[in-house]
Design a protein around this ligand. Structure first.
Ligand code: B12
Length: 218
């Protein structure tokens, strides 16, 4: 039963059918499927497929855009459920989250933000295409302990390093810790740019953020 639903979810993204992806997300809620399971085993499979096809030249920009919209709509439908299931008891820390300058991919970043909020972090999500000075300025303004940066393009991941270099120059680390992620981000890259934390998915992002706050046992 779930397997069939996962397949339909993936297909709705591949077809760029937002109405259907929202309907399937609602169905998942109805049958008490864990929202993260619906995202990772269903919808993400579809968006990854389209991404691969695009990379191979077998799918084109309009299809990528439609798939992105359908994915965004499905995740937005599941977000309130993720928040409800969250284990928030106290404020674990303040996080400024952004997709770096030149990059407009927001789905993964938003999912990381939702999971962090659901787990008790106060998240200020600046959105996409955010330059270093905006990210750092906001972190200072709200006295954030963590900056989380998403980058989905190999051409924009270098922006993560720029923010870290700027923080170092201003003497703002280790007061502000930096966590990085996004599809092209690897452990190698994270070590190379001397970030404080890295995760390849939203569940791992929560774990890393807790570790950075010295609260890994919660
Ligand atoms: C959907 C999509 C789009 C949508 C985005 C819609 C939106 N509102 O976000 C649109 C159509 C706008 C788009 C545009 C482009 N895209 Co695009 N896109 C994708 C696609 C298919 C899926 C991305 C996605 O949402 N995945 C689902 C989410 C849940 O996963 P995620 O983002 O990876 O996030 C998870 C983790 O990475 C991690 N994470 C993410 N952020 C963070 C942050 C922190 C702090 C942490 C700890 C963890 C973390 O946790 C998340 C949740 O598990 C990818 C392919 C892929 N497989 O990644 C291509 C892809 C990223 N795009 C690509 C390209 C080339 C483009 C364009 C340049 C195309 C063009 N010619 O115009 C433009 C770039 C525009 C720009 N300036 O940014 C390439 C990048 C290639 C490269 N080597 O750089 C990819 C890989 C496709 C491909 N195979 O060629 N894209």
């Amino acid at each position: 039963m779930s397997e069939e639903l996962f397949k339909q979810m993936a297909q709705s993204i591949i077809d760029g059918d937002s109405d259907l992806s929202v309907e399937l997300a609602k169905k998942a809620i109805e049958i008490n499927m864990h929202p993260l399971e619906a995202i990772t085993k269903g919808f993400v499979v579809g968006v990854n497929y389209i991404g691969d096809q695009f990379g191979l030249g077998e799918a084109f920009l309009p299809e990528l855009v439609m798939a992105g919209e359908a994915m965004k709509a499905a995740v937005a439908t599941l977000e309130p459920e993720l928040i409800k299931l969250g284990s928030a008891r106290e404020t674990l820390g303040r996080v400024v989250l952004a997709t770096v300058e030149g990059d407009i991919h927001e789905i993964g970043k938003t999912l990381v933000g939702t999971m962090l909020s659901a787990s008790g972090f106060e998240v200020t999500d600046l959105g996409v295409d955010q330059p270093a000075d905006k990210i750092i300025g906001k972190a200072i303004e709200i006295d954030a302990q963590i900056i989380g940066m998403s980058a989905l393009l190999t051409t924009t991941m270098v922006r993560q390093r720029e923010v870290i270099e700027e923080l170092d120059k201003e003497g703002l680390r280790p007061r502000i810790k930096v966590m990085v992620g996004g599809a092209p981000i690897t452990r190698d890259w994270f070590q190379k740019i001397k970030a404080d934390g890295y995760s390849e998915d939203a569940v791992g992002a929560v774990k890393v953020a807790k570790e950075l706050m010295g609260k890994s046992d919660q």
